[in-house]
Design a protein. Sequence first.
Length: 740
Amino acid sequence: MTSSLSKYSVLALMLGVTSLAGCTNDDGSTNSEQNIITGNNKSAVDMATSTESEPLQPSDREIIDGIARQIADRLDEVQPDFIDAINVKPWVTSVSDGGTFDIEKGQWTDLSYIATNNAIFPPKDHIDRLLMLARCYQQKTGCSESSNKSLLAVMSAGMSHFASANYSSKNWWFNYIGLPQSVGELLIYIKARTIPVNPEAYQELVAAPYLNERFYLAYGRGANAIDISFSNLYSGIVRDDPVRLKNYTHWAQSEIAREDVGISADKSFLAHGNMLNTNSYGTVLVNRTLQVEKITRGYLPMSASSQQALESFMDQGMYPTYRGKYKDHLTTGRGGLSRENELGRGFFTDTLEKLNPEKAEHYKLVNLVTSGQAKPEEMPYREVKGYWNADYLLKNEKYFQYSALTHSSRTLPIEVINEENLRGALISMGSRSVRLSGDEYYNIFPLWDWYKVPGATGREGQSLRPGSKVGDAFAGTMSADNNAILVHSQSKDGLIVHKSDFVFRDAIISMASNITADKSGQVTSSIDQSWYRGAIDIGLQNGQSLKIDAGDHQFNGHDLRYVLHNRIAYIPLDGSKYHISADERTGKWSDVNVSQSNKEVSGRIFTAWIEHGEYPAQDTFAYAIYPNVTKESIEKIDLQRFQTYNKDGVLAVYDHKDDVLQLVLRDAHQWSGMSFTLESDKAGMYVVTQASTNHPVIHFADPTQKFVEANISFYNSNGGGAGTIKAPNYQLTNVVSLTL
């Protein structure tokens, strides 16, 4: 295609007089007609739909035009008032008159058209700006330049330039998704709103390679496949190809229901290998599925299987990870850990309540919470769940949420790609999140000490850049009867860590049986690192109390009764050296993501951690976390409630109040302690409810997920028994139970 803006005079563009010749359509045909933008002649949209092929059937015409209108409506809904906040006058004013638009080149002088890294492609800003101008023209009362006579001329020249430039990125995403979708949305908006741009410029962009059909599975399943399908269905609308539109609407709607899409049996979302990405690629898949359902609603309905897959993933996998409008950063992949504002964008859709009227009230309430219109404690989810395929553990209670993440030989750690998540090596190393309001970690990451990721053990000097290797086989999660265990095994960068989080009804016990380093550097186990939310209350065993609002303070665990900050209590269960600090920090988002701002940000951070020193050998720790407590209620906590065991690699906790025993056996053998004896020929995680009664119930999970059969016996002071259990159906659960 040849298209030079020099052939358009500004006057001619304003008057709308052009010629249309030699523009190649997707099927190889050409158009050659005279046209005028204004008056009673054919519009640009009419020109784009004129071909010598058989006329569209009325039903097809209705489908194409109806979906185009709904896409335009969606674009107007995204940011309905954005025009008021943007001064578009320089965009529609030529450089010679003091503006930023070069009419001869069809470019803006304030935009870059050269990519410097794979994460950003500046030419896309050009097409996005054209869409803003199209909306400016349409929303005459919302944009002061909507009646500017140069607006349509600038749009036309800008479109013609983009068509002839045939931009391409080194990053496939922009070529298959970013550019085709932006070009498609612009052209569909012009089509649906009948904006009288220059018809030749419009047709040039329609015929440009951006909207050529692309193989929708070229880059795997899931979000990528549905995004490429979107590019193709946009092409079907713009090029009046009902077959293409219907085919790719079907593929886009159906992708979420495919077995290999990324939605795992436990309703976590795995992408880029077996890597947890529920609120990154999973959210993209959901958003795109919701989007295609909405824009095609009433014309091309979604199948029942796709509806069921969409609802089950959102209700069991995605929604529960929210606390208020804030996503759990452990589920957001590299983006949530390194992009400003990513965690707090909220979420709202009315689709599920329309698809499933019987649960409409449930989804209305959920969406009020996730959009920030209702309090976090109104979220209806109340359960603890081990996502056994993702090595992720989540507990939701009315007033708090707890989560933790490890990785095993079955899963991959959270990645670094496009220089995003540059310091996140410890995120998949048994890290955790404890949230009440939901924003405890929101936008904190430029200020984090990344050697002290909450819940993780790190060694100063180790590489903070995430690796790409799978972890130890003996790592994973389980949940049963409102109890849960996360077991973590780490042997990387000169550091060995064996630890577990034991999750009970209202408390979490964190323990480590082996922390060993063979390389230099201070080794620390982080308890928490969050935004400072008021003075830190310290309770000592001698009855004294302190308040801390600055500095680093050290305590022996035997002297420290509790640490209370932001209504979360941390209680030492051993004599480790505990550090409690509050300090002002400064950092930059570009430190964790090269494409983010290098402007300095600052804030005060609360940090609690355990010091292991250099070259620790089989060091241990044990502490309890009680969320949602006050200084008054913490005094009522029974410190004898939990009894712990840490010997010979066995970690165990007994809850005297709820009669629950939890333990981790790293080797198959007989264990005795705390008036109990458990013998098994399989290593693994064990939760024993009704532990001291005549009929204890044993719940077992093998972190390696390889066992076929296990022989288990359990005895307490009232007797006991033995039994054999067989491997579970991992499509349903990773836990098997035995009642004695």
